[in-house]
Design a protein around this ligand. Structure first.
Ligand SMILES: [Zn+2]
Length: 264
């Protein structure tokens, strides 16, 4: 029982409370023996579970919603475990982001089926259920696209390095068809209504930066920027840059880049 690998595949299910009694007992004994690796993995997995709140359709999930979510994942846990295992080798943040999105897609699929049944059964709430279902469908399509960008081997991995060593690095990927996804944690929120704006720096000598999307990181410092239709193709882009700009963004950068990452 000293082989951690056999337990590592169970950690996410443990954090979600979806292990059967026998597996849970084995893992409890192993954790009680003081294995630091597995304890760290469990902390990560618990953090992942806590991230589900961000991905749920509305603010914080109610206890009932949480319970439904757990039931969903329980039913799909074999598939979930396999998917999560695939992403172990990725960076910690990417892995957590992907896993959280997978859990969300599992949840959303079930929830949409439930809402569809509800639409058929209860005529009085049909319009509301229909609206919830469409909103979930939209979120599901976006989440699946983000998973595609992060996990497709054809995607180019991009690291956006900060110009100030105190600023965290951003990780991301660019898929020629699905788009760009950038993620970061502990990102400082710009003052007032100012925003962060992405720029595509063209390979053409002297080419001006092409403006892309703007966003403000969450108050928790979490940054997720999806650009599904980048304004330039990868082959024509030398680098990505992010600057701070006034609300609504700028046509040309008005400040020095906070992050810069080569595309090659
Ligand atoms: Zn262990």
């Amino acid at each position: 029982m000293n082989n951690c690998e056999q337990f590592r595949e169970l950690i996410e299910a443990y954090a979600l409370g979806t292990l059967d009694a026998e597996e849970r007992t084995d893992l409890d004994i192993h954790l009680a023996s003081g294995c630091v690796n597995c304890r760290t993995a469990l902390e990560e997995a618990r953090w992942l579970v806590s991230q589900l709140a961000y991905l749920a359709p509305d603010k914080l999930p109610s206890p009932m919603l949480k319970e439904r979510l757990m039931q969903t994942v329980r039913a799909e846990s074999a598939a979930l475990r396999r998917s999560v295992f695939v992403f172990r080798s990725r960076t910690r943040w990417t892995w957590i982001g992907v896993a959280a999105m997978i859990v969300f897609t599992l949840y959303a699929g079930r929830e949409m089926r439930r809402l569809r049944d509800q639409t058929r059964q209860a005529q009085s709430n049909a319009a509301e259920a229909q609206r919830d279902r469409l909103r979930l469908e939209e979120q599901l399509v976006l989440a699946q696209r983000e998973i595609g960008i992060l996990t497709d081997p054809a995607s180019l991995k991009i690291t956006l390095c900060p110009q100030n060593p105190q600023t965290p690095t951003l990780e991301g990927a660019w898929h020629s068809e699905l788009g760009i996804l950038l993620t970061g944690q502990h990102v400082a929120v710009p003052a007032g209504s100012r925003v962060l704006q992405l720029w595509l720096i063209p390979k053409t000598p002297g080419g001006r930066p092409v403006p892309s999307l703007t966003l403000r990181p969450g108050v928790d410092g979490k940054l997720v920027l999806s650009v599904f239709n980048p304004p330039k193709v990868m082959a024509e882009t030398k680098a990505l840059a992010i600057t701070e700009e006034p609300a609504g963004g700028s046509a040309q950068p008005t400040t020095a880049p906070i992050w810069l990452g080569g595309v090659s």
